[in-house]
Ligand binder design. Structure first.
Ligand SMILES: NC(=O)c1ccc[n+]([C@@H]2O[C@H](COP(=O)([O-])OP(=O)(O)OC[C@H]3O[C@@H](n4cnc5c(N)ncnc54)[C@H](OP(=O)(O)O)[C@@H]3O)[C@@H](O)[C@H]2O)c1
Length: 290
């Protein structure tokens, strides 16, 4: 199976590249220089029309959550309008499409994990732009799976894990917010889910729909996640790093975050098997960290 990945340098795209051969697929990735997602829908559709492919995974997105507040036009072009154009072009040739979205489409006031059909109500511009993408993609194409994921991390690149480890080299105590709950997702495990879904869409139309994919295991706060990272990194850092819990109000950001964005992953697990614990993902990520 030959898969097209829209995106090349991001966490998910890189993880897809490293796992493709395990799933007997060949990948062609396209970065911003090949396909800028702010360009016109017509030119994006022409680009997709020109591809010889058995499936498409959209791994690129406008992911700068805080910048999206002041740059929402661009966020909506990349996260809403571009996926819609890709979906229209895929629909014309009935090409399976996997699109990746976010836990931030939810408001965050629940007390039990969000299921795929729960009411969406994003509280920031990034979440609204991703929700627009979900809606446009599902309107344009039937053979589509939307994966909502949360708190994606990896041992390389820029993400919460590598940021904590960078700061931990310089400080022996860090203050981290403890009133936002979620579940981290190792980029490699997310990539595996995308590959399973694109193959399932090829083989079985019933695979279409919404899926929630995150690390399994306990729901935690960002402060808990930081502690788990520093515990695992203890031998590699020049000193022990402690973490102080703080409320979000002590760490104001341009974009508000949902207080609770734990995803119910049971519909994915029922069809595709158990998702690994985020702690297992952390172990994997440390193999890539240096
Ligand atoms: N990261 C998270 O914690 C998280 C949480 C929930 C959901 N998600 C979703 O998971 C998916 C994968 O995220 P990720 O963590 O892999 O993101 P990432 O590491 O931030 O990568 C985003 C990619 O999108 C590309 N991109 C941005 N604007 C573009 C444009 N105008 N044209 C072409 N490419 C553009 C970037 O290219 P450049 O390198 O050229 O900038 C980058 O390669 C996204 O759909 C995201 O919304 C992520």
């Amino acid at each position: 199976m030959h898969i097209t990945v829209i995106g090349q340098t991001g966490q998910l795209a890189r993880a897809l590249i490293s796992r493709a051969s395990d799933y007997s697929v060949t990948l062609q990735t396209y970065g911003r220089d090949d396909l800028d997602l702010t360009q016109s829908p017509a030119s994006i559709e022409t680009f997709i029309d020109g591809l010889k492919t058995d499936g498409v995974i959209i791994a690129a997105a406008y992911t700068a959550v805080d910048e999206a507040e002041s740059n929402s036009d661009t966020a909506f072009l990349v996260n809403g309008r571009a996926p819609a154009a890709i979906a229209r072009a895929c629909a014309r040739r009935d090409i399976p499409l996997v699109h990746v979205s976010t836990d931030y489409v939810f408001k965050g006031e629940a007390s039990t994990p969000y299921r795929p059909m729960d009411k969406t109500n994003p509280i920031n511009a990034y979440g609204r732009s991703k929700l627009a993408g979900e809606q446009a993609v599902t309107e344009a194409h039937k053979r589509v799976a939307i994966i909502r994921t949360s708190w994606v991390f990896n041992g390389t690149g820029k993400n919460f894990m590598t940021t904590m480890l960078r700061l931990g080299q310089m400080h022996d105590n860090l203050s981290v917010v403890s009133d936002q709950m979620g579940r981290p997702t190792y980029a490699g495990h997310l990539a595996e889910s995308c590959l399973k879904l694109v193959k399932a869409l090829r083989d079985n139309r019933q695979a279409q729909g919404f899926y929630h994919v995150s690390g399994s295991g306990e729901a935690i706060s960002w402060a808990d996640f930081a502690r788990a990272i520093f515990e695992r990194a203890a031998d590699a850092l020049p000193h022990a790093v402690s973490v102080t819990d703080i409320p979000s109000s002590d760490y104001p950001t341009p974009a508000p975050r949902p207080a609770y964005s734990v995803l119910d992953i049971s519909n994915y697990e029922a069809q595709f098997g158990a998702l690994p614990d985020w702690r297992e993902g952390l172990e994997q990520a440390f193999k890539d960290w240096s």
